[in-house]
Design a protein around this ligand. Structure first.
Ligand code: PLP
Length: 412
């Protein structure tokens, strides 16, 4: 049976069949607790250590002991930030950005509630970080910075290697954390090379064809960071909890697969994304690519379609078997535009009509062609419902056109 046209790979990915196969023995025959003393349990333990070496190798040949396995990137981000503040009580200033994933953004807000000073660095309309503001924010009492590598909504990539270097040149004791959940497996990261100034790096298995429920945290040797989960002695006492052996093995296998065909996969994905972008922007008037002028992940297209509701588009796409996501979240009955698109000052006429398509190595040309064929018609039908849209001219009504430059809806 053919499944849906799945273009929501920044939300989660299909588990690779090779990953399923690699994990299978640890459900069926080698289900033992890796901390137990008997011989079969040692095999489970050895599998974890081999996976740790594979992950360490994939991140540029770091030390295997610098890799901690966690439950997800949410845990890795929380462990990195709360662990760092717990270990360094003398400093109380933290820097992050306005466009972080909630697993960092909301932690930043929680730190403010705990009376830390937190600077959220803004971005411009293309999603680029305000580098001047970042440099100015660094202070003698800055404890840590947490900067995402690529944005999950727009795919915009921050120059984290440079930001980390600038930070360490300013003060080597500032701890640099990056949330690389959207880049590990998509971009080659060398923590012993260009990224050598990064102290802590988070990522998650389910964004790179491993299962949900496994993540990792790179913690450079010597980084002062206290354990977040306390209890058993697992992960050298740095993350208590019986290890998820099968998923750890699956994560390592997924990283191996990503490395094997990295360049050809990413080139193919970029070509398909570019085709989708070109065709949709040609066929649908009054659209803009959020983050389109900036260095972006090869797999992500975030399209703002003026005078349309994102939820309406998703519903219609879903009805024809196409899975994508929007830039709005339905909170308490009202559609809240995402904090990322708001931070980029996307006009209010487009912020609700933003749709994210995200591809993977399993995306086919037929699927992209299917979307190109169907999507413009869906948009045209929805625009017919908009009070701002002139169907005859296939353009906004003259009085509505200036609204395309406003970030706030006019009152009344
Ligand atoms: N950070 C980023 C940038 C993400 O995109 C996500 C998931 O969407 C997360 C963190 C959280 O990952 P997890 O689902 O593994 O907790």
């Amino acid at each position: 049976m053919k499944g849906p046209t799945y273009l929501d790979n920044n939300a989660t990915t299909r588990v690779a069949p090779e990953v399923v196969e690699a994990m299978r023995p640890f459900f069926e025959d080698l289900y033992f607790n890796p901390s137990s003393m008997y011989e079969p349990a040692q095999q489970a333990h050895n599998a974890i250590e081999e996976a740790r070496r594979t992950v360490a190798e994939a991140l540029g040949g770091v030390r295997p002991q610098e890799i901690l396995f966690t439950g997800c990137a949410t845990e890795s981000n929380n462990a990195a930030i709360f662990g760092t503040i717990a270990a360094n009580p003398a400093r109380r200033h933290v820097i992050t950005t306005c466009v972080e994933h909630p697993t960092v953004f909301e932690v930043g807000r929680e730190l403010q509630r705990r009376e830390f000073e937190v600077d959220f660095i803004p971005v411009d309309t293309s999603g680029r970080l305000d580098m001047g503001a970042y440099v100015r924010a660094l202070r003698p009492d800055t404890l840590m910075v947490s900067l995402m590598h690529a944005n999950n909504e727009t795919g915009v990539i921050f120059p984290v290697a440079d930001l980390a270097r600038i930070t360490k040149e300013t003060d080597p004791s500032i701890i640099v954390h990056t949330d690389a959940t959207q880049t590990v497996g998509k971009i080659e990261l060398n923590l012993e090379g260009a990224f050598k100034h990064v102290d802590l790096l988070s990522f998650s298995g389910h964004k790179l064809h491993a299962p949900k429920g496994i993540g990792a945290l790179f913690m450079r040797r010597g980084t002062p960071c206290r354990p977040f989960l306390i209890g058993g002695h697992q992960e050298e006492g740095r993350r208590a909890g019986t290890e998820n052996v099968a998923f750890i093995v699956g994560l390592a296998k997924a990283l191996e697969l990503a490395a094997e065909n990295h360049d050809t996969d990413q080139e193919r994905i970029r070509r398909l994304r570019d085709k989708l972008q070109k065709e949709l922007t040609n066929r649908i008037p009054f659209t803009q690519v959020n983050g389109g002028e900036t260095e972006r992940l090869a797999n992500t297209l975030n399209l703002a379609i003026h005078f349309i509701e994102g939820e309406g588009i998703l519903y219609q796409l879903s009805a024809v078997g196409i899975c994508a996501s929007s830039g709005s979240a339905c909170t308490s009955g009202s559609l809240e535009p995402s904090h990322v698109l708001r931070a980029m000052s996307i006009p209010f006429t487009a912020v609700h009509g933003s749709v994210r398509f995200s591809l993977s190595r399993y995306t086919t040309e037929e699927e992209i062609d299917h979307v190109i064929e169907i999507f413009p018609e869906i948009v045209a039908n929805l625009r017919r419902l908009s009070p701002y849209w002139d169907v005859k001219r296939n353009a906004p009504r003259p009085e509505a056109a200036p609204l395309m430059h406003q970030t706030e809806m006019p009152a009344g």
